[in-house]
Design a protein around this ligand. Structure first.
Ligand code: F6R
Length: 364
């Protein structure tokens, strides 16, 4: 049941802290602050590149994974949505790593992409929530997200669990490739271990998020902006809003705004920014100032350190706990999903069963 929540989606949003913690328990030793993955049938140190593919939210999780694998592990990464990957014929070195991400493990395009990669002698490592799924059977290795059943059609907790697994995989890959000393590993694992309690703190911002939701609910179009590992979080926010509130939303890498979408900016198109105080914060802030100067209404998700700098340019701000840069995309996802939920509630849509959508897309 819904345990007293209005919708499964609301219940599942509240499970974020638990699910992140459970997923970490499988992959992290809290005593030594080291990641320990199950034995893999290939050597992470010698894979020449990774190919990441998935659909929808799982694809956005993969995009965050790309930032981590490139930055921490110095591993070259190619990424595409599965519906494109399955019909592409990228030149691949045998022995590369295929990284498939799926909540259901049954998504037709992702499964077809998996089979295509297999034929090219690519090791298949899948990040799956449903561990007895078709993709699980056809993978060399499965890393499970311990999110439990997700009933709401719009994915929530499975996404942060995917990010948690990808963060651990990136740490393990970086260590295997000699790019991470044990002090830095302890620091990154410590940041992950802090997440469940920081994630629980996000729910103290419910009123601030609902205030933002009232602005978004009046809009016909909404622009989401973010940079670096926060860009996929902006994409996730825009997708969730479209899915359950039926409001048109688009996500842009903040630096791309001046190459087109800036012409859309006026008071009728609110701008939602994911802008915690990571090293790219100043860059995002200057994009927000540009938008503000053109009459844009700014709704900003930031953290305690960023809030002072964002200051008065934001019409509404949600101030989240400051966390390590590495895990900022995991934390920032939660309020962005809650925003979409609150907007859908205001609009009175069928939150758990949005029109035209199915939980698992088993046809192409
Ligand atoms: C977003 C959503 C979809 C799924 C996509 C992939 O809220 O639910 O975009 O993320 O259909 O599904 P899985 O992860 O089952 O492969």
């Amino acid at each position: 049941g819904k345990d007293g929540y209005r919708h499964y989606m609301e219940k599942e949003l509240h499970e974020h802290p638990l699910v992140i913690g459970q997923t970490l328990q499988r992959m992290v030793d809290p005593a030594t602050r080291r990641v320990s993955l199950p034995d893999l049938p290939f050597n992470l140190a010698s894979v020449p590149r990774a190919v990441i593919t998935a659909c929808g939210s799982a694809f956005y999780a993969g995009m965050v994974g790309r930032y981590w694998l490139e930055e921490l592990a110095r591993l070259p990464v190619d990424i595409d949505v599965a519906s494109e990957m399955r019909y592409r014929d990228p030149p691949l070195t045998p022995g590369s790593l295929g990284l498939l991400i799926s909540q259901s493990g049954e998504t037709a395009d992702t499964l077809a992409a998996l089979r295509g990669l297999r034929e090219k002698a690519i090791h298949i490592l899948s990040v799956l929530n449903v561990e007895h799924s078709t993709m699980a059977r056809e993978s060399d290795t499965v890393l499970g997200t311990v999110a439990g059943p997700e009933i709401s059609v719009a994915s929530t907790k499975a996404f942060t669990a995917q990010l948690t697994v990808l963060a651990c995989l990136s740490i393990a890959t970086a260590r295997a490739r000699g790019k991470l000393d044990s002090l830095r590993e302890e620091e990154l694992v410590g940041a992950l271990l802090d997440l469940p309690s920081r994630a629980a703190d996000v729910f103290k911002q419910g009123d601030a998020i609902r205030t933002m939701a009232r602005v978004v609910a009046e809009a016909r179009d909404v622009l989401y902006l973010g940079r670096g590992s926060l860009f996929p979080v902006a994409m996730e926010g825009a997708l969730k809003l479209k899915e359950i509130s039926y409001i048109h939303a688009e996500a842009y890498a903040a630096g791309e705004m001046k190459h087109g979408p800036i012409s859309l900016i006026d008071r009728s198109v609110p701008i939602v920014a994911t802008a915690p105080s990571t090293p790219l914060f100043d860059k995002t802030l200057s994009n927000l100032q540009e938008a503000k100067a053109r009459g844009g209404r700014l709704l900003v998700f930031t953290d305690t350190r960023g809030a002072e700098r964002v200051g008065a340019i934001a019409e509404h701000m949600v101030v989240l706990p400051s966390v390590h840069d590495f895990v900022a995309p995991i934390l920032q996802t939660i309020p962005v999903q809650i925003l979409a939920y609150e907007v859908a509630v205001l609009k009175g849509t069928d939150v758990d069963q949005p029109r035209n959508l199915a939980k698992s897309v088993t046809v192409e």
